[in-house]
Design a protein around this ligand. Sequence first.
Ligand code: CDT
Length: 340
Amino acid sequence: PRLIKVAAAQLGPNNKDATREEILARLLKHMDAAAAQGVRLIAFPELALTTFFPVMLLQSADAYFEPASTSHPYNVLDTPHGRPLVEKANALGLDFYLGYAERWTDAERGTSTDYNTTLYYSAAAGRAVAKYRKVHLPGTVEPLPDPTAYQQLEKRYFAPGDLGFRAFRAAGLVSGALKAEDVTGSDGDSTEGKGDPILGMLICNDRRWPEAWRAYGLQGVELVIEGYNTTAWAPQYAGAPEEQTADAEFHHRLSCQAGSYQNACWSINVAKCGCENGQWMIGGSMIIDPNGKVVAESKTLDDELVVATIDLGLCRKGKERVFNFGKHRRLDQYGIILEQ
Ligand code: CDT
């Protein structure tokens, strides 16, 4: 087996009157609790450092963005909001996935672009080793005219992600004796690093799109990490709040289980949830195996750590049989996906 103990660090609401320090303290508490249980990789939700501001029409969203620069692509980690996470991760030997609002400054062009971003920090490497910018942005640019409507303004505040879906490896996570058949990947003859997991990152709405999962699946992904903020119900949609919430929970579950199964990978799916600024968001943080089965799941709508020991070796069955892409996919029939 290739074992990793992982955690979904579900967050309850980050209300807009909460200070950055208060929110950060909850993330650090999650890290301590996770490490005490032997966890090596912890995932935080989408936009974990702030309230889910895209549901608000703001004069300026500046306060919610972390500055980045071309010379420091992970500059959030060198701010008062990020540095304590790095120090804690290094002290505990804990990797983390962190969603945040990124303001990217291109000094040469003199431009600045905002993204809904996540990074992966590797304690073994002592640095962030991957970044992903959300590709599928839900909602509208302009607010809905109905004054009672809940807004979803991600298209207003963020540019679509431009980094594609790039799988990566992270070192130092796996325990258990590595056998020859555990060595995955095709990057050259060397087996160095090949026992390390192949990881991919998604953000919230991306999980509903099979193309996003498949882009990682084609790179042999073994664990997809995904954080979300998903509104439970909204007054402008049909159905009682309980019915809408049940549907939202079902579609979340359906998407994550299907993505894991169809790409023979584990996934960690982690919510920010509960009643944030008067609007309810679904919980349902879950860790899902490569057969699409939920192995651990949150029970509350508050801060909660969901922990599981995952065996990357379980990915092999699906990757060798039903979802052996090299054997069974029919590229000549898929052209329409890129044409439309
Ligand atoms: N944050 C985010 O992407 N939320 C969207 C809400 C869309 S409403 C179905 C989501 O897909 O969960």
